[in-house]
Design a binder for this molecule. Structure first.
Ligand code: ZN
Length: 142
């Protein structure tokens, strides 16, 4: 069984490629942005997650047949896709019938764009960036 955290990470990866979650019970879809705040999932992500949990049986990542309820059941695990290394639902027993969500993204896999990643500490990232900028400024003013 895929843990809650695994399923959240799975969604976060695909959200970063612009794939929304379809909330059939609300007759809407959801693509939270920003995904992360301070190294954790953002408020908007958590709000979206709450809406998913209202009815996980009717929440599907766009282009997939497995509901979030399925993924949270014993029948499914989250593995890496062989084609694109993105997290992908795999049945614990038997063979997967439907393709990876990457199947309808002709531009994916794309090695020229940054690979989506799990929640990162954006503070550390920004500090890093600022240090690098300061450094190059100091070097160019010499
Ligand atoms: Zn794939």
């Amino acid at each position: 069984m895929a843990s809650l955290q695994k399923v959240q990470t799975y969604l976060a990866y695909w959200f970063q490629l612009g794939k929304p979650i379809i909330l059939q019970h609300r007759n809407t879809q959801c693509l939270p942005a920003p995904l992360f705040q301070g190294g954790k999932f953002s408020m908007v992500f958590n709000r979206c997650w709450q809406q998913i949990l209202e009815c996980p049986e009717q929440s599907f990542l766009q282009g997939t047949d497995e509901s979030i309820a399925d993924l949270l059941s014993d029948e499914w695990e989250i593995e890496g896709c062989a084609r694109c290394t993105m997290p992908l639902p795999m049945p614990v027993r038997g063979i997967k019938a439907s393709p990876c969500p990457c199947a309808d993204l002709p531009s994916w896999p794309n090695e020229t764009v940054p690979t989506p990643r799990p929640a990162v500490c954006s503070h550390a990232h920004l500090d890093n960036l600022r240090d690098r900028l300061n450094q190059s400024r100091m070097e160019s003013s010499r």
